[in-house]
Design a protein around this ligand. Structure first.
Ligand SMILES: C[S@@+](CC[C@H](N)C(=O)[O-])C[C@H]1O[C@@H](n2cnc3c(N)ncnc32)[C@H](O)[C@@H]1O
Length: 227
């Protein structure tokens, strides 16, 4: 982890309990826009990405709640957290008994936040900072995908990748608060939670977020609407 990225995360956030998952603590920011500006200045890049890593999003909160209720899903298993952000899902998996967890995100500050947040909760999570959607799915037992469906381009790449992983026998859990690009025809709802996201960017402070599995192989094609 780059020391400068770690220092930036520590400077811009406060360690505090996660709403609805108070047993976990994350380095969280109060407001998106001032932090986004600080990221742009720090990187010298006016197009720098939003600092997703400094907030707990609805999809990740739902996965965290689900793993608290159903630790058997990850206990003793190797977990891969796609679009990890703060590392929330990976950390919740470690707390539920996963033997190892990896968080993948394209944002350099996310990579720093994942490791800092894991450590703050007494766990170790390896952070991968690259676009793993260009690669074959990882050698893992479970993939967690929290709040990946907020943008059309990302959403279009995530589903085929998750389907490839599922076809190799990996269990997939998707967490989502009703985003526009969620591929509902490919998912089976497992649970719903009322969550409180930690960012003012969301329309509602309280929101329902769901956890889904991917439909078993064979069912997906017949359910997808025909062109
Ligand atoms: C809305 S946040 C969700 C973070 C976390 N899963 C949660 O629920 O709190 C989406 C994350 O996806 C990351 N992301 C975007 N494109 C990605 C890609 N191609 N591969 C991995 N992560 C990506 C962003 O950097 C961001 O951290």
């Amino acid at each position: 982890m780059a020391a400068s990225a770690r220092a930036f995360v520590l400077r811009q956030t406060r360690l505090r309990p996660v709403p609805g998952l108070e047993e976990l603590r994350l380095h969280l920011a109060d407001e998106v826009l001032p932090l986004w500006h600080a990221v742009q200045v720090e990187m010298g890049d006016p197009d720098a990405a939003l600092p997703y890593w400094a907030f707990a999003w609805g999809g990740g909160l739902a996965i965290g709640r689900y793993l608290r209720e159903h630790p058997d899903v990850v206990a003793g298993r190797r977990v891969f957290d796609l679009a990890s952000g703060s590392g929330l899902c990976a950390i919740a998996a470690m707390r539920a008994g996963a033997i190892e967890a990896t968080g993948a995100d394209i944002d350099r500050y996310a990579a720093a936040a994942i490791e800092l947040n894991a450590r703050a909760n007494g766990h170790r999570v390896s952070a991968i900072r690259r676009d793993v959607l260009d690669e074959e799915p990882p050698d893992a037992d479970v993939i967690l995908a929290g709040d990946c469906w907020y943008e059309a381009r990302l959403a279009a790449r995530v589903l085929p990748w998750l389907l490839r992983a599922r076809d190799r026998g990996v269990d997939i859990l998707v967490g989502d608060p009703g985003r526009r690009y969620l591929p509902t025809a490919d998912l089976v709802a497992l649970a719903a939670y009322e969550v409180r996201t930690t960012t003012e960017l969301e329309d509602m402070e309280r929101n329902e977020a769901r956890v889904y599995a991917l439909r078993p192989a064979g069912e997906d094609e017949e359910r997808r609407p025909r062109a």
